[in-house]
Design a binder for this molecule. Structure first.
Ligand code: GAR
Length: 195
């Protein structure tokens, strides 16, 4: 199955998805990277791996519906069946939500509904939360509000700094996001592989 990744920044989840494909843990092809930040590291990662990119600047378009129409054209051209948001820091609008209904998922570094939005890890750390985690969910029009697919907890241990906690959360994302994508693909294809 061909999937598209949407990202805005570093793209460590993009890299984890690629690694899972290379090691045979994820039976998908990344047909397209969509990125709204031309200078983002993730664009370099995609190019280094010969993955097609659609890079755009939102302000060059009249409105969200216009650039999302362009994105849909690209997705269709590349025969994308599942959209995987991985650090894409933009709300998905009705144009794209309608075109890919039920086929857009996101990862967020908190146990939603807690700490939706930006700087989730920093805010949870500052609040002294003992248990944080990640959520993978379907995307709707809200910010980090769609139906949850899976959550994984990460304990804060004594002596954890923001950096060490952040690193563990990201590792958790890298382990589980490809696994959940694989499960969804199997569900969409109507096949469940023998474990
Ligand atoms: C990830 O931690 C992801 O959960 C978060 O952005 C980071 C992207 O890292 N997403 C959100 O906060 C979405 N609201 P990456 O670019 O290294 O994959």
């Amino acid at each position: 199955m061909k999937i598209a990744l949407f990202a805005s920044g570093n793209g460590s989840n993009f890299a984890a998805m690629l690694a899972a494909i290379e090691t045979g843990h994820l039976s998908a092809e990344i047909g397209l990277l969509v990125c709204d930040q031309p200078e983002a590291v993730v664009v370099e990662r995609a190019k280094a791996n010969n993955i097609e990119t659609f890079v755009f600047k939102a302000r060059q378009y009249k409105d969200k519906a216009t650039f999302e129409t362009k994105i849909i054209e690209q997705l269709q051209q590349h025969e994308i069946e599942l959209v995987v948001l991985a650090g894409y820091m933009r709300l998905i609008g009705p144009t794209l939500l309608t075109a890919y209904e039920g086929k857009i998922i996101n990862i967020h570094p908190s146990l939603l509904p807690a700490y939706a939005g930006k700087d989730a890890i920093e805010r949870a750390y500052a609040a002294g939360e003992k248990e944080i985690g990640i959520t993978i969910h379907y995307v709707d029009a809200g910010m980090d509000t769609g139906e949850p697919i899976a959550q994984f907890k990460v304990a804060r241990t004594e002596g954890d700094t923001l950096e060490s906690l952040e690193a563990r959360l990201h590792q958790t994302e890298h382990v589980y996001y490809p696994q959940i994508v694989q499960q969804l693909i199997e569900k969409m294809e109507g096949t469940v592989k023998d474990k």
